[in-house]
Ligand binder design. Structure first.
Ligand code: 5GP
Length: 201
């Protein structure tokens, strides 16, 4: 049985990366799709683990070769999901988590005819978002302003998603995300660890 696509979007500064890392660690049978990006690595980010950090030329070449399932310009950088990697995992029956922006999510919904599970993670309030974005310390004033404006704009897409999680408390958000994954797997008659359920009538 093919795996399922989980599309997760959240405005910057929502705590999505932390939630996803915990969810990935606590649930078996999930593969994280490592995107390609033209942005520079932040402190602590590892090439091949957080992203594949590539040049603009490399990225353009991949577009030409139709290597992306979807790609988008977010803020002032390019980001793309590798078609080959995702396909390989789905074929193996593993569920794949895509951490992508609202443009990418729209494209994936279109391409799969809605055969994916989409989750939007929202901050508890715009004040909290501003604080979290400011606290990251890696952004210039200009890029902070762009991110905040984009984040507020992205919130408008929240109701297009199958599920909404408000990240008020980290542990609770992780619990809800895990519940969503388990519920979606049961919908497809899968065990909680992702393997298809065997049953005899
Ligand atoms: P960041 O630079 O903070 O890591 O990511 C910025 C935004 O780009 C986030 O909303 C993230 O979900 C999105 N993003 C990361 N990878 C991809 C991708 O492959 N495709 C799309 N469309 N968005 C992505």
């Amino acid at each position: 049985m093919r795996g399922k696509l989980f599309v997760i979007s959240a405005p910057s500064g929502t705590g999505k990366t932390t939630i996803l890392k915990k969810v990935m660690a606590e649930n078996r049978g999930l593969a994280f799709s490592v995107s390609h990006t033209t942005r520079s690595p932040r402190a602590g980010e590892i090439n091949g683990l957080d992203y594949y950090f590539v040049t603009n030329d490399d990225f353009r070449e991949m577009i030409t070769q139709d290597a992306f399932l979807e790609w988008a310009q977010v803020h002032d950088n390019f980001y793309g999901t590798s078609r080959g990697e995702v396909e390989k995992e789905l074929e193996k029956g593993r569920d794949v988590v895509l951490d992508i922006d609202i443009q990418g999510a729209r494209l994936i919904r279109e391409k799969t005819g809605g055969d994916c599970c989409s989750v939007f993670i929202a901050p508890p309030s715009s004040e909290e978002l501003r604080e979290r974005l400011g606290g990251r310390g890696s952004e210039s004033e200009k890029s902070l302003k762009i991110r905040l404006e984009n984040s507020l704009e992205e919130m408008k897409d929240a109701d297009r998603y199958d599920y909404l999680i408000v990240n008020d408390r980290l542990e609770e958000a992780v619990r809800v995300m895990t519940a969503i994954i388990l519920a979606e797997r049961s919908r497809q008659r899968r065990d909680p660890d992702g393997t298809p359920v065997q049953f005899n009538l």
